[in-house]
Design a protein around this ligand. Sequence first.
Ligand code: PLP
Length: 403
Amino acid sequence: MKFKPANKIQDLQYFGEFGGVNPSISDSSTYTFLSAKTMFDTFEGNADGCYLYSRHSSPSNLYLGEALAEMEGTETATVTASGMGAITPVLLQLCSSGDHIVSSRTIYGGTYAFLKNFTPKFNIQTTFVDTTKLAVVEAAITENTKVLYCETVSNPLLEVADIEGLAVLAKKYNLKLVVDNTFSPLSVSPAQLGADVVIHSLTKFINGSSDTVGGVICGTQEFIDNLRNVNDGACMLLGPTMDSLRAASVLKNLRTLHIRMKQHSKNAMYLANKFEADGIKTVYPGLESHPSHELFSSMLNEEYGYGGMLTIDVGSLDKANELMELMQHKNLGYLAVSLGFYKTLFSAPGTSTSSEIPEDEQAEMGLTDGLIRFSIGLDNDIERTYQIMSECMREVGILELVS
Ligand SMILES: *Cc1c(COP(=O)(O)O)cnc(C)c1O
């Protein structure tokens, strides 16, 4: 039977303590115990259903975590204060000094910087490879490798990971496959395809209102318990805890994620087709010209579409900047990093979100100067948006250039 992530979220029902249609928000950092024995057992990790201290867990955070675990089809999940607050504890929990990670080379700039500059301090080394080539991934695995790391749809180049193929490699070499699914919530369910741990930055599509940062780690009960262990759990000890009030507000936004994803995808598909027909170099997984279009289609929970992210290449950074400033002036969207907002957001990744990646490496992975990354918004009238966008492109001389 097909996996239906939005149904699974909707089938969860929580009521507030006074019968409210939303669960009550837990407004406490600490919790009382009726007996001292129960407190001891809870510290030992043996008292189910008891709360200890809100850095460990809180009712509001557990509600949100459970809903996201349902969405990904994992045993459980734990929410964190940001996406990086999810990624970094997972990697530090899975790796010790001397261990090795094989990572995609096209990943979020912060994750790249963490693996390139930070984890080597603890003697955790990372080899960055083109994870779309399974043979290259396999060749990079050493006897010290513990983790395969990738993004379902990579930032910013929109390369697509063959999650089932990577999961086979992970099994063969006894590694954990960790997948950042931030760009494709609902559209792809990595755990159903064999990923061991699925991470999201909730900051993006899932919360969808660009008013907070947040993250989630979805995995087995055992792994999440390990992360929260009071003695050696990376989440418990590093402390990237989401606040309860925020967990409650993200949960409310999650209720409309399926509707938003469909509209993001519909609008992005429309624009990608138009841009490509205009002769602009366009990358969108929904286009047949995308090198991994078939692979992405085979992984897709179809009704949600190919997502809201697309890139175009307008030839130079100057042109890109000129176009973005004009589009903002015409109220088509905002010149801003991040994604998943109701409004279209655009930025030039080479000088912003991926500026952590050295220029020569950017060139090698195909991250060109003229690249603009779009997070397409929820515009009700995307035909009108396209008309105004193409006027902007004509005005800055992009359409003439390519035709
Ligand atoms: C934004 C982002 C992150 C980091 O999330 P924060 O919430 O900003 O910490 C990680 N991965 C991807 C793919 C992202 O887009």
